[in-house]
Ligand binder design. Structure first.
Ligand code: DSN
Length: 457
């Protein structure tokens, strides 16, 4: 049982009780609620021991064997371990290399683009509201009404992300009927605009991407191809989803999502590109690597190489698919009709309650999800139409089919209860759903389920 009494941070407790208490509260929150945000996971104690170690004290600007600081003999070995394990986890051919120094997925993407493109080169990436990512060059036009029928967006005038300030961007959308990529249409767009770089991947596309078809499209226009697999990395390394390695020119990922390492990033690229990318990371973009995170990546990858991880990754997808089917029984409208991976996107417009309020009501019931935009979105990302759910954490807890069915039932119940309050302003909605007796009763049941499947804190 996780109580204040057995709190195991005696030093922090002594020196900074306030912070120690807040961390304890976050531990209890994670333990007692179902985290269903698809980009999150829960790391092992081993990973947390590596991250919370003396590795955080060392400067090591440079690359292995070529540092600007002394005292890096063990840091070199640890970075090499992370690289070797990444090679193994992603089955890299000899002519590909690895960088584990990028501090985040956004930095990994930015460094990769800086390494291989010139200023103002044209990038073709996925439209953010359809599930792309900010770091693929988001910009928008406040004066423009979204036009779902137009499958290209190139009118972004307000450059939000630095990638859109440095490069020209056009963004492709999913097919409005199927919410899937229409690859022939993407080819048409590429042939018309002749991008220098094509990017796939993102944060809310629940289906597999056809990397080979994207390679063909890139080849037709002489473009480079970067596949961002931040969300799918663990599923790819486990062989549950197909891999873009050896197909794309560059593959980027974060390490803390389905891959279940600490926060950080990995870049995989052909040897001729990885040298340039290493240089773009340091000195181009960053200073000293975060060695504690590199140690955490090495520890997490050693777990990802074990047979149990393959079983875990398969179950992540199975759970998401079961959850999807169960939700459909309650008339939830799933974007693209389902999922191939760890994530579900629900178009909430038929439910009389949209993403922001739905996510808050679910949180009061102990189910933590996030509001999200969706294809053909007409609303702002601050109050969008959809709700995004994922299974990486609940699968780490050991939950399976039976629990997915129960969770779908609770989600439906909470949404039905919360509907009563949907016309209230958000603050009042929040207050009323927090106090609702039926939602509170579900939260108690959720907590009981969480206690049956505890996290190893
Ligand atoms: N913020 C991440 C997500 O939630 O999908 C992507 O970077």
């Amino acid at each position: 049982m996780h109580t204040r009494k057995n709190m195991n941070k005696p030093n922090l407790k002594k020196s900074d009780l306030k912070l120690a208490k807040l961390i304890l509260l976050e531990e209890i929150r994670q333990q007692d609620k179902l985290s269903m945000i698809p980009s999150e996971n829960f790391t092992s104690k081993a990973v947390r021991e590596a991250v919370g170690s003396v590795m955080m004290n060392k400067y090591s600007e440079g690359n292995i064997g070529k540092r600007y600081y002394e005292g890096n003999e063990f840091i070199d070995e640890i970075e090499q371990l992370a690289i070797d394990r990444a090679r193994q986890a992603f089955n890299l051919p000899q002519n590909w290399g690895v960088n584990v120094q990028a501090l985040s997925g956004s930095n990994a993407n930015l460094a990769s683009l800086l390494a291989v493109l010139n200023k103002d080169d044209l990038i073709m990436s996925m439209y953010l509201p359809d599930g792309g990512h900010l770091s693929h060059g988001w910009s928008y036009n406040p004066a423009l009404k979204p036009d779902p029928q137009n499958l290209v967006f190139k009118e972004g005038t307000k450059e939000v992300h630095v990638v859109s300030k440095l490069f020209k961007i056009i963004q492709y959308k999913t097919d409005p009927k199927t919410q899937l990529f229409d690859y022939d249409k993407l080819e048409e767009i590429a042939l018309k605009y002749k991008p220098r770089m094509i990017i796939t991947g993102g944060t809310a596309y629940p289906r597999e991407i056809d990397y080979k078809r994207m390679r063909q499209i890139a080849d037709k226009v002489g473009a480079l191809y970067l596949a961002d697999v931040a969300h799918e990395a663990g599923l790819i390394s486990a062989g549950v989803l197909s891999s873009p390695v050896s197909i794309a020119d560059i593959v980027t990922m974060t390490t803390h999502k389905t891959l279940r390492c600490t926060r950080g990033a990995i870049i995989l690229a052909r040897n001729d590109l990885i040298e340039k990318i290493n240089h773009a990371i340091l000195p181009g973009l960053q200073g000293g690597p975060h060695n504690h995170n590199i140690a955490g990546i090495a520890a997490g990858l050693s777990e990802a190489l074990k047979p149990e991880f393959k079983i875990y990754a398969k179950q992540v997808v199975k759970n998401a698919q079961i959850l999807a089917e169960e939700l459909k029984k309650y008339d939830f409208n799933l974007v693209s009709g389902g999922t191939d991976k760890h994530m579900i996107l629900i178009n909430m417009t038929n439910k009389g309650i949209l993403g922001k309020k739905a996510a808050r009501a679910l949180d009061h019931a102990g189910i933590v999800a996030n509001m999200n935009t969706m294809p053909q979105e007409t609303r702002s990302p601050a109050n969008p139409s959809a709700l995004r759910l994922g299974t990486p954490v609940i699968t780490t807890r050991g939950m399976k089919v039976k629990e997915m069915k129960q969770i779908a039932k609770w989600i439906n119940e909470v949404i039905e209860i919360a509907k009563e309050y949907t016309n209230l302003e958000f603050d009042e909605f929040d207050e009323r759903t927090a106090k609702d007796k039926k939602i509170k009763a579900i939260a108690i049941e959720v907590k009981k389920l969480c206690r049956k499947f505890p996290l190893a804190i």
